[in-house]
Design a protein around this ligand. Structure first.
Ligand code: NAD
Length: 432
């Protein structure tokens, strides 16, 4: 099939490259010309394992191309995916302006055209966005018989995006007619995945509800961690045993600094906004966000209380990205921790295997190091923020010799407290 994918971020580029690899002819559209120039060279402007190889292979095979010309790309396509950003506004509401802009461009492209198109919304959007896109096309005189708007939310995770896209737990297709549903089902057929057919509005809410539930699991276990700290239990032991219950499940039960990234915080806030606009006050979701913020404040509190005064102290920060295997710093807990410690007068030296370049722009007052041992040398405290695999295996005895003071704050509970103490450190985890 001939596809146009608008937006070449994590979702759009992975969607485009994977569909090209499955044999489709894909044109990826973006308005960011610098990004397009990088892609034209077969490179990827962000860190995502396996994606550069997939993009380069399909670009060379001429199944995947890049353009800023939305009109041309849409005219050629049978199916148009919208995968642009929907960032949060100040009030938490999702900013849908990029989706609206693209919808208007699609309407211009389809003017006078008599071929049937499926317009697929892959961006995470508030319930009702499908109707808004439909209205924009109708207002621009595109007859309803020539198009259908489908909601096909994406559930991939940064860091394992390709494998998540190709092996999804389920594919949700929210469509208002069988013709559009069948076309999108056909596109996904070779994945042999479980396909769920819903209304457009249900599909839109499934994405928000799923992310809000994941955030709830994280805040729930963080709440339990906070109780553990006060009553002497270890949240790792509690979460492990809870997770063995199949009704609960092990995933997303890791206590720590809470969730960050470009999806969970914004999607919880957008759902709160959506619920309030509809006349319902969502109490669980509000608490989920509050607990997430509390985790960072309480972690910083542990550091400042232990070091007495952080002014002039050297703090070694391990990990910057909001999670391992990505360079994404959007809503990364590291930034909040570092900015607050800098505000209190601390000197920050940080190391991250992928996110240093992006971090240099956001926290120019920090210094950066090329590896773990460089970072911790002479430190008054080690603060682990992101659980990159290489941090799990550090030589603790060597580390103890390099630091000035033996304080290790483990914001992701990756270390065995006993082992850390044996190496001569004072250990501070979350909920243990
Ligand atoms: P991103 O910010 O990485 O990329 C968005 C891209 O869209 C950018 O390259 C930007 O230049 C481009 N763009 C913006 N406006 C445009 C326009 N008018 N015309 C053409 N291009 C335009 O975003 P992302 O992380 O890929 O997320 C995209 C959507 O998918 C969001 O709604 C997000 O919530 C959702 N989502 C993201 C993830 C994830 O892990 N990142 C997972 C699932 C769903």
């Amino acid at each position: 099939m001939k596809l146009a994918v608008v937006g070449t971020g994590y979702v759009g580029l992975v969607t485009g490259a994977c569909f090209a690899n499955l044999g489709n002819e894909v044109v990826c559209v973006d308005k960011d010309k610098e990004r397009l120039a990088v892609l034209e060279q077969g490179q990827v402007p962000f860190y995502e394992p396996g994606l550069p190889e997939l993009v380069s292979k399909n670009h060379k095979a001429k199944r995947l191309s890049f353009t800023s010309d939305l009109i041309h790309a849409v005219k050629k396509a049978d199916v148009v995916f919208i995968a642009v950003g929907t960032p949060p506004k100040e009030n938490g509401q999702a900013d849908i302006s990029a989706v609206v802009e693209v919808a208007k461009g699609i309407a211009r492209a389809l003017n006078g055209d008599k071929k049937f198109r499926v317009i697929v919304n892959k961006s995470t959007v508030p319930v009702g966005m499908g109707d808004i896109v439909t209205k924009i096309l109708i207002e621009n005189k595109i007859p309803e018989k020539y198009f259908s708007v489908v909601s096909n939310p994406e559930f991939l995770r940064e860091g394992s995006a390709i494998s998540d896209f190709l092996n999804p737990d389920r594919i949700v297709i929210g469509a208002s007619n069988n013709r559009a549903f069948n076309i999108i089902t056909e596109l996904y057929r070779s994945l042999n995945a479980h396909i769920i057919f819903t209304s457009v509005k249900s599909a839109e809410l499934i994405k928000y509800a799923s992310n809000a539930f994941l955030a709830t699991k994280i805040s729930f276990i963080n709440e339990i961690a906070n109780v553990c700290e006060r009553v002497g239990s270890d949240v790792k032991e509690v979460a492990y045993a809870m997770g063995m219950d199949r009704r609960i499940g092990r995933e997303f039960l890791n206590a720590g600094l809470g969730y960050g990234g470009s999806c969970l915080p914004k999607d919880v806030s957008a759902l709160i906004h959506l619920a309030r606009e509809s006349g319902y006050d969502p109490q669980i979701l509000t608490s989920v966000n509050e607990i997430n913020e509390y985790q960072i404040d309480s972690f910083i509190g542990k550091i400042t209380k232990t070091l007495k005064n952080v002014r002039g102290k050297n703090i070694a920060v391990l990990g910057l990205a909001f999670k391992p295997e990505t360079d994404d710093l959007r809503e990364a807990p590291s930034l909040k921790v570092i900015k607050e410690l800098i505000r209190k007068g601390a000197r920050i030296k940080a190391y991250d295997p992928a996110a240093e370049k992006a971090a240099r722009k956001l926290i120019p007052q920090a210094t950066f190091s090329p590896g773990v041992y460089d970072t911790i040398e002479g430190a008054d405290a080690i603060v682990l923020v992101t659980e990159w695999p290489e941090f799990r295996d550090i030589d603790l005895e060597k580390a103890r010799k390099l630091v000035k003071k033996p304080y290790l704050f483990d914001g992701r509970n990756i270390y065995d407290p006993k082992r850390v103490r044996e190496a001569g450190f004072k250990y501070f985890g979350v909920g243990r």
